[in-house]
Ligand binder design. Structure first.
Ligand SMILES: Nc1ncnc2c1ncn2[C@@H]1O[C@H](COP(=O)(O)OP(=O)(O)OP(=O)(O)O)[C@@H](O)[C@H]1O
Length: 252
């Protein structure tokens, strides 16, 4: 698979002196889901924002779909989709109107009804964002990333705050987007989510990448170091109980 994104020795020092990103390099292959994991403050969002062309780079280079982000930030923005927080949307526009507005910004033609159907919101075309549930808001914000038929979409903690059903439903949506050929880069604090969705993950800590591989390989490397689990791994988890009792059907 050819690389669609190449990040080389990227650094970010904020004006207050914080070195948020300390010289990271990685590439993302066309068509993969690539995860960036790491504790709070590791530098994940800063990294995404520099790649997206939303935040000035201190040093290093980003080549996305053959374009240098720093040199052509507008061209980059035409090729990518960035998931916004639902609070960023105009509150008095209906979902269809918002999608059309986003499409107009790109000069793109869209079938808003189809796009809403793609994210399971076909019945909500006339709703305002504020009247959607948490899971619906996230699905809608993913729909907005797709209006310009991007080569790559960026999802920053897409399932934070969702219930288990809505989270699994969003996983399926992200997998569908990948299966249609769009590259996905996401951050998450949920390791199960990264295992399920990501072809490869980079683990960041204190502004650096401390590991980068497939989830399976990272687990194998840990075991090869002689890792012994602290506790016995239960054959089922409380989340399994929750899903067993309440089902997989979406409640929103
Ligand atoms: N605008 C800013 N000005 C100064 N420092 C900042 C700014 N934004 C982030 N930082 C600092 O940069 C570091 C990295 O923050 P960043 O938000 O990139 O981390 P993160 O891995 O996305 O964290 P989280 O998981 O909590 O979202 C932190 O120390 C943070 O306080």
């Amino acid at each position: 698979m050819p690389a669609i994104l190449e990040v080389n020795n990227l650094t970010k020092t904020y004006p207050n002196g914080v070195n948020a990103v300390k010289g990271i390099s990685f590439s993302v292959n066309k068509g993969e889901v690539f995860g960036i994991l790491g504790p709070n403050g590791a530098g994940k969002t800063t990294t995404l924002e520099m790649i997206e062309g939303l935040r000035p780079i201190t040093s290093g280079t980003v080549l996305l779909d053959g374009i240098k982000t720093e040199e052509q930030p507008y061209l980059i923005k035409q090729r990518i989709g960035i998931q916004l927080q639902s609070s960023a949307f105009f509150q008095n526009l209906k979902l269809t109107e918002l999608l059309k507005m986003f499409a107009d910004l790109y000069g793109a033609q869209i079938d808003a009804a189809q796009l809403l159907a793609d994210v399971g919101l076909q019945d909500k075309a006339g709703f305002l964002v504020k009247n959607l549930s948490g899971g619906q808001k996230q699905r809608f914000s993913i729909a907005t990333t797709l209006v310009n038929k991007p080569v790559m979409i960026f999802l920053d903690e897409p399932t934070t705050g969702l219930d288990p059903q809505a989270r699994r439903n969003l996983w399926e949506l992200i997998a569908q987007i990948k299966n249609r050929g769009t590259t996905v880069i996401l951050t998450t604090h949920y390791m199960e989510e990264a295992s399920f969705l990501c072809n490869r993950v980079a683990i960041m800590d204190d502004g650096k990448i401390v590991a980068l591989d497939t989830p399976d390989q990272l687990i194998k490397q840990l075991l090869a170091k002689g890792f012994v689990p602290h506790t016995e791994v239960p054959p089922a988890t409380l989340e399994d109980v929750f899903i067993d009792l309440t089902g997989k059907t979406l409640r929103d």
